[in-house]
Design a protein around this ligand. Structure first.
Ligand SMILES: *[C@@H]1O[C@H](CO)[C@@H](O)[C@H](O)[C@H]1NC(C)=O
Ligand SMILES: *[C@@H]1O[C@H](CO)[C@@H](O)[C@H](O)[C@H]1NC(C)=O
Ligand SMILES: *[C@@H]1O[C@H](CO)[C@@H](O)[C@H](O)[C@H]1NC(C)=O
Ligand SMILES: *[C@@H]1O[C@H](CO)[C@@H](O)[C@H](O)[C@H]1NC(C)=O
Ligand SMILES: *[C@@H]1O[C@H](CO)[C@@H](O)[C@H](O)[C@H]1NC(C)=O
Ligand SMILES: *[C@@H]1O[C@H](CO)[C@@H](O)[C@H](O)[C@H]1NC(C)=O
Length: 207
């Protein structure tokens, strides 16, 4: 046991760690992963009736969702896409989109046309929620929060990652009630708040 041997043992893990950090940094610089961008490009709400005698919400919402992959060197596999719709923080719909799984190449834009969120749901709203519902009904525009839940994999060059942890995208919509889906509804396209999909250290795939 020479002091020199002991020193080498102490330094070795340090070098390995440094090497790993440097490799990750170079990898990052080469690929510069950016988050995909979600926009609800159109929406039409043809039914949104709440009946307080039996607490049912009757809804028919159609959405066009645009997903853009801004990356030059990173492809994205959408393994599962679920859409949840909430009114006054109460979830009333849960739809798994039939488009997934699909691959989205570099700089590609995918339009999910006519995502249909339709049905009837038991919903118990508080007094405050009901008065909000009444005033929104009078105005003819409803605040509906759509959450898009994702399961993705990424492709860096030829390397395909395992699944990332689940991520959620939030779209706070103001959707006017319209009589017919084919009439212009006056909906303004809405960018969704991007929570981290590819760059959140806590949901990176475990390789
Ligand atoms: C929803 O409400 C509107 C107006 O309040 C009414 O005309 C329509 O019949 C209702 N639709 C359903 C399915 O209850
Ligand atoms: C969505 O609905 C399915 C069945 O309709 C259910 O199994 C699943 O738990 C729901 N997911 C969430 C997050 O509510
Ligand atoms: C985007 O992806 C689709 C489907 O894979 C493909 O047909 C289209 O050519 C791609 N567009 C670009 C600009 O890469
Ligand atoms: C979505 O896009 C399709 C095709 O571009 C269009 O026909 C439809 O009216 C749009 N709006 C909704 C709400 O689906
Ligand atoms: C949205 O869809 C409606 C029909 O559903 C259509 O009349 C309108 O032009 C669309 N708006 C945009 C911005 O695409
Ligand atoms: C769309 O945008 C215009 C202009 O900012 C605004 O006056 C209108 O109320 C918006 N419509 C909806 C449904 O939010």
């Amino acid at each position: 046991m020479t002091p020199r041997g002991g020193t080498r043992c102490l330094y070795f893990p340090c070098n390995a760690l440094l090497c790993l950090v440097l490799t990750m940094f170079i990898f990052w610089l080469i690929f510069l992963p950016k988050e995909p961008q979600f926009t609800v490009s159109n929406a039409s709400l043809t039914r949104f009736n709440f009946t307080d005698t039996d607490n049912t919400l009757d809804y028919n919402l159609a959405l066009n969702i645009t997903i853009r992959n801004p990356n030059k060197r990173v492809g994205i596999y959408y393994r599962r896409i679920q859409v949840f719709a909430n009114y006054r923080k109460k979830r009333f719909a849960n739809v798994t989109l039939p488009w997934a799984p699909f691959y989205q190449g570099h700089k590609n834009t995918t339009i999910l046309n006519h995502v249909l969120v339709e049905g009837q749901q038991l919903a118990v709203f508080g007094e405050h929620d009901l008065s909000q519902f009444k005033s929104e009904t009078a105005a003819g525009v409803y605040s509906i929060d759509v959450k898009i839940s994702l399961r993705v994999r990424a492709r860096f060059g030829k390397i395909k990652t395992p699944d990332y942890g689940p991520s959620n995208i939030n779209c706070n919509l103001k959707v006017p009630l319209s009589l017919s889906e084919t009439l212009p509804s006056g909906f303004n396209d809405t960018k969704c708040r991007n929570v981290h999909v590819l760059t959140n250290p806590s949901n990176l795939p475990r390789i």
